[in-house]
Write a protein that binds this ligand. Structure first.
Ligand SMILES: Cc1cc2nc3c(=O)[nH]c(=O)nc-3n(C[C@H](O)[C@H](O)[C@H](O)COP(=O)(O)OP(=O)(O)OC[C@H]3O[C@@H](n4cnc5c(N)ncnc54)[C@H](O)[C@@H]3O)c2cc1C
Length: 382
């Protein structure tokens, strides 16, 4: 088969390498507009489940990823300067650039044709000369836009503002920090992804963003302002920019996942708010799901139909949980009056995928402390 893939992110690269490994006769080309060393963002997060899927599909990628990653099982919630730890949440983090380099290396070893600094401008022409064209071209996918009348995307720009930074302050475990300032409530999502650096995403509502005056600030002023808001948490370490810009989260869904021989994958196909995991995890799992449809011996139309049939319910469930989580963060100011323990409980159960019983199994000490806090201060019950 002649397979063309637009986009050398996690979705495009992992799909390319799995298909080539499965049948070396496939002619597979990945076109990526950036250079191999370019990347936006810092660390990415996986669950144990994602890693087990990687292990079962490409042991070598699994080995290289797990050599370079950080693992943790705690979520730390910092509210009013108090840190509440909730255990039993196993995750791993790796630098996005490291992950991309590993996948690029595996693609090269297997004979995938990687073309960097190559912008695909004529998608229709590429589709006409491919047996399969994969639009793994990210959240602002041009493939999705070009065939919008067939994919029928639903794009919703959310109200909160967020910005992706790094820092050399090390946050062991996923740390969710809330700080109130004169402008409003700020939340930071942070985690260590290698021995020297952590991801540090700051999020706030539109009113807070306006009152803080970010519209008139440049990169350095913004970082200085936020480093002050989170001064106690950053321990004097600066925030590091990597083309970091304020964004509004774009929630992407598509009614149809393929059109003729064209299929969307990863962020082009769907997004899920970063507060519940990561787009990287979904991108890799999409690649595995699509590959598995071809590995069953299905032809292109059958495989694309099967991919949508098996994967769509999984994504819909994940997006629902991510949506609940996103809405909680959009309304964080409504929970900020809670004492630290009920606040942490509300945060941990926000997606409705984790409930009281589930938390009790994960971390009985947390639930005991939460129960005690309700007795001591019944009014602050979540
Ligand atoms: C600014 C920013 C920072 C982020 N940082 C993090 C982070 O630190 N941690 C985390 O977990 N997630 C992060 N994310 C989210 C994460 O990057 C995505 O969820 C994940 O990478 C999705 O993988 P993907 O392969 O679907 O798409 P992407 O990784 O977005 O890859 C799509 C690729 O397609 C290429 N492309 C697009 N159009 C064309 C074209 N016409 N021709 C050629 N190439 C094209 C792009 O250059 C890009 O490399 C970040 C997202 C953004 C926007």
């Amino acid at each position: 088969m002649k397979i063309n893939i637009i986009g050398g992110g996690p979705a495009g690269l992992y799909f390319a390498l799995l298909m080539k490994k499965h049948d070396p006769r496939h002619e597979i080309t990945v076109a990526e507009r950036n250079a191999p060393g370019d990347t936006f963002g810092w660390g990415v997060v996986f669950s144990d489940k994602t890693l087990s899927y990687i292990q079962s599909t490409d042991e070598e990628s699994y080995r290289r990823i797990t050599e370079s990653f950080e693992t943790w099982d705690n979520v730390d919630v910092v509210h009013r300067g108090q840190k509440i730890t909730v255990r039993g949440n196993k995750f791993s983090g790796i630098a996005r650039i490291k992950l991309l380099n590993i996948l690029q290396e595996r693609c090269r070893e297997l004979g995938v044709d990687l073309r960097f600094r190559t912008n695909v401008a004529d998608i229709g022409q590429l589709a006409a000369t491919s047996d399969l064209l994969v639009g793994a071209d990210g959240v602002n996918s041009e493939a999705r836009a070009l065939y919008a009348e067939f994919f029928r995307p639903d794009l919703s720009v959310r109200t909160n503002k967020y910005i992706w930074y790094g820092t050399h302050q090390l946050f062991h475990g996923l740390t969710l920090t809330f700080r109130e300032s004169a402008a409003g409530v700020f939340a930071a999502h942070s985690y260590k992804f290698n021995e020297t650096a952590s991801t540090f995403i700051v999020e706030c509502d539109a009113g807070t963003w306006q009152r803080a005056g970010f519209a008139g600030m440049d990169d350095e002023e913004t970082r200085t302002y936020l480093a002050e808001v989170f001064g106690k948490d950053l321990g004097g370490q600066p925030l590091l920019s990597n083309n970091s810009k304020w964004l509004n989260f774009l929630l992407v869904k598509n009614t149809h996942w393929s059109h003729q021989n064209i299929v969307l994958l990863g962020d082009a196909l769907h997004t899920a708010h970063f507060s519940i995991g990561s787009g990287t995890k979904l991108a890799l799992e999409d690649a595995i799901a699509l590959y598995r449809c071809f590995a069953q011996g299905l032809d292109v139309p059958e495989a694309l139909r099967e991919f949508e049939r098996v994967r769509k319910p999984v994504i819909e469930e994940y997006q629902q949980a991510a949506y609940e989580s996103l809405v909680w963060f959009e309304n964080a100011k409504d929970y900020i009056h809670l004492e630290p323990l009920p606040f942490a409980y509300s945060l941990m159960t926000r997606s409705k995928k984790i409930d009281y019983e589930n938390l009790r199994r994960r971390d009985p000490d947390f639930i005991t402390a939460y129960e005690k806090s309700k007795v001591q201060s019944p009014k602050s019950k979540a």
